[in-house]
Design a protein around this ligand. Sequence first.
Ligand code: CA
Length: 253
Amino acid sequence: MSDTDASLPSSTGSTKVLLVEDEESFVDALTIGLANEGFDVTVARDGTEALTLFEKSKPDLILLDLMLPKLSGIDVCRSIRAHSSVPIIMVTAKGTEIDTVVALEVGADDYVTKPYRLRELVARMRAVLRRSPGTSRGSAPADNDAPEVLSTFEAGEVTVDLDRRRVFVRGDEVHLRRKEFDLLKLLVENAGRVLTRDVLIDRVWGADYIGDTKTLDVHIKRLRSRVELDPAKPGLITTIRGVGYRFDPPSAK
Ligand code: CA
């Protein structure tokens, strides 16, 4: 993907990115780097300007720094999410896991942690754009009854067959209940990333779920008893105390 020839004019119209960043060094590097990757970059230098330029430039994706003058990235994200599902990637500082969690809670699609490499950022951007049905790059399958793409996820010792809803752990099939499967699928799809309790409950039980949040812990416990080598010392599904859970494939350790 780094083979893009920047000298070629884009015939299809390039993807518009709103870069919200107040650090000059990042602005300069990203404006050039992203333009070289074929993106059309607009820069906002504070949170208020971000909201103004969002309305004006109608970007396909927003790259949103967390620490901004006037209005924080969290506030900007919350405000945009109130009326738009444009893909948002939040940029957080190293070692601030809680910021990351808040970013996802207010609706960011993904996050990168400073310092990051341009290649990593661009890969994340393309992934988010691919997942986004609203953009021209969403490449949604035209025919609904053939969702054969990416039907199997493999993360370390766990293989999840999405179409057949079958799960194999270390080669053996394990039988999961419906919600257990949904939960595992979500965790595996987001391997290496923290999913908050709210996000897990929203996605598995629905945003209108009213009930005991202990339900989540009960399902995690059952899931662990089926997929973990030693459920008492989980090596795959990690508890992030007070926050949520993360799937850690062995290869990522
Ligand atoms: Ca900043």
